[in-house]
Design a protein. Sequence first.
Length: 151
Amino acid sequence: MSKSDPFGFDMSVSSAKKKNPRGRRGMSGASETSTRVCDHEGCQEKGLYRAPKAPDVLDDFFWFCKDHVREYNAKWSFFDGKTEAEMNAQESADKVWERKTKGWRDPEAKAWAHLDIFAWSPVAKPHAPVGGEAQGIRALLVALKERYGAA
């Protein structure tokens, strides 16, 4: 900490990394600060590598040593035991990040529109004062008149 810091704490990135209690994983995927033992039966090596326990629960992990995680990953399949229809349904859901979308033909969805139109000029121009920039709104008005007729 520098003496010029009135609050008495260090906000630098390197300081935050030193204090970070979570382990960092390098390119190998190993959690270098893991204190776990390999979950493979009979193995007493460090469990540095995580592997999901089941396709339905992807945030719960087994922790293995390097040899056993390779063996586990070679056999593990997200789609193991699923039908082709279930695989296709999962693929379709993944295309939209598993979020349901509201159909645009829904009358309730068409009842309103949010339009962000920049209609303000921050600088004066020879033909327009500061703020008098409404070409986007005028273009929208022309489009609406053409579509729905003049009011």
